[in-house]
Design a protein around this ligand. Structure first.
Ligand code: DQA
Length: 142
């Protein structure tokens, strides 16, 4: 199982600042991940939450299962040490994804506290970053 986990406000994709995040809706993003998973022969589960405790619970579950994770920590990227600590428990690979290029935006978005515990990071490629992350992880499955 590969978990695609999305943090706060990403459920609003499509209407949320489309000039930054594009017009793809969250439902389209879920579809994109499931279709990509199917094409690659991967079992993919896509989730989104605005609640920190829920994300931590999902990361603990992924850690217990040794699963790979694609994580868009959204605003938590920039300050949330509890999410980072939970991400650090993972035994599988962790690809951190940002739809926008966080390095070309406001100063407070330039640093992610998650990146140091991630296997790698994709930023600025829009929702295509999720597809690329799944294609990367597919190389290590089976
Ligand atoms: C984001 C970038 C973050 O700075 C922001 O808080 C988000 C989305 C992205 O996907 O570009 O919510 O992670």
């Amino acid at each position: 199982m590969i978990y695609v986990l999305n943090g706060p406000n990403l459920g609003r994709l499509g209407t949320r600042q489309p000039e930054i995040y594009g017009s793809t809706t969250y439902a389209d993003l879920v579809d994109l991940c499931l279709v990509t998973g199917k094409r690659l022969g991967l079992e993919v589960e896509v989730r989104q939450t605005d609640a920190e405790f829920e994300m931590i619970k999902w990361l603990h579950r992924a850690a217990d299962e040794g699963a790979d994770v694609v994580l868009n920590p959204a605003a938590w990227s920039h300050y949330n040490i509890a999410i980072r600590d939970a991400a650090a428990l993972l035994r599988g690979r962790l690809v951190e994804v940002h739809i926008s290029n966080i390095h070309s935006r406001e100063e407070f978005r330039h640093h992610s506290v998650i990146s140091a515990v991630a296997t790698g990071v994709v930023a600025g490629l829009g929702v295509d970053g999720y597809r690329l992350a799944l294609e990367h992880l597919a190389r290590f499955v089976g």
